[in-house]
Ligand binder design. Structure first.
Ligand code: C2E
Ligand code: MG
Ligand code: MG
Ligand code: MG
Length: 289
């Protein structure tokens, strides 16, 4: 079960979340300490640009390195942090960390990688969220076009107008915006017309059953999402790609980027950096051939 949520993470807090308020309070207090003690870490999962066959992006995914329990999945503590408001501090940490990392990779010549950071609706609703993002970009020196913010579709509110105003201000900074877990959250697609976004990420539940035959509801939905997004001038990313046949299907239908265990699991920054250096070396060889 635990494996479902990423590499080597455990889900020991599921019971706590569903349990009584005593456990919740305990977890909340532990999470506060985790931030202060530096137990939170950011892992990076690469994204492949399908046409260029190159790693061009990475998603930042938070992990809790718990002294007793090992690596804890965000699925075990992000929902609680969203309820308690701790997500503001956690999210700010991940944003800073991810931007600093992407800038370091750019400056050291490892790669010019676009980094994607997950943002909860609670964070976005802070009065100064846009200023926070601007300040992080200024402080780290990361060019805005190398930052992408992912917002989960199911968290988009009915108040599309006020959301659109925040999105416009973020885009004015030069940041890219993505709708995460696309296809699972909303009963109406009308919001896409009003929200200035750049990318949709097809939810992995649709990708899971793709077997290369092109048959079945998920294949039809995947094709439809790609076509619709492209007609709207948006890029499409598929998440949860685990098999070569899925990659082929997505390539055939023009999906722009893919992400999933087939390309790489979420890993520590240093491990991804090694891979990126390898890619850069290969590229250099190919050019001198
Ligand atoms: P997400 O943003 O949709 O991230 C993708 C999740 O799918 C990640 O789980 C990733 O490890 C997993 N995944 C990637 N490729 C595959 C694959 O091929 N197969 C399968 N079965 N799974 C794959 P993870 O890291 O456990 O994160 C879960 C969720 O927690 C994320 O879903 C995101 O909504 C949330 N999250 C993670 N980090 C943050 C953060 O810093 N801030 C906020 N607000 N949410 C976060
Ligand atoms: Mg995401
Ligand atoms: Mg997702
Ligand atoms: Mg997801």
């Amino acid at each position: 079960h635990a494996k479902q949520f990423g590499s080597n993470t455990v889900q020991f807090y599921r019971d706590s979340l569903q349990g009584g308020s005593r456990e919740r309070l305990l977890l909340e207090a532990q999470l506060d300490k985790a931030l202060v003690r530096g137990e939170l870490e950011v892992f990076y999962q690469p994204k492949l640009n399908v046409a260029a066959n190159r790693l061009q992006g990475a998603e930042a995914l938070v992990r809790w390195r718990h002294p007793q329990r090992g690596l804890v999945s965000p699925a075990s503590f992000i929902p609680l942090a969203e309820e308690t408001g701790q997500i503001d501090a956690i999210g700010a940490f991940v944003l800073r960390e991810a931007c600093a990392q992407a800038r370091a990779w750019q400056q050291s010549g490892v790669a010019e990688l676009r980094v994607a950071v997950n943002i909860s609706m609670g964070q976005l609703r802070q009065d100064d969220f846009v200023e926070q993002v601007g300040a992080v970009l200024a402080k780290t020196g990361l060019p805005a076009h190398l930052l992408e913010l992912e917002l989960t579709e199911s968290q988009l509110s009915d108040d599309v107008e006020s959301l659109a105003r925040v999105f416009l201000r973020l885009r004015a900074l030069g940041v890219r915006l993505a709708i995460d877990d696309f296809g699972t959250g909303y009963s109406s697609l009308g919001y896409l017309k009003h929200l200035p976004v750049d990318v949709v990420k097809i939810d992995r539940t649709f990708i899971h059953s793709l077997d290369g035959s092109g048959r079945g509801g998920d294949a039809a939905i995947t094709r439809a999402i790609i076509a619709m997004a492209h007609n709207l001038g948006l890029e499409v990313v598929a998440e949860g790609v685990e098999a070569q046949v899925q990659l082929e299907f997505l390539r055939e239908h023009g999906c722009d980027e893919i992400q999933g265990y087939l390309i790489g699991r979420p890993v520590e920054a240093a491990i991804l950096a090694n891979r990126l250096r390898g890619q850069a070396a290969q590229q250099a060889c190919a050019m001198s051939d």
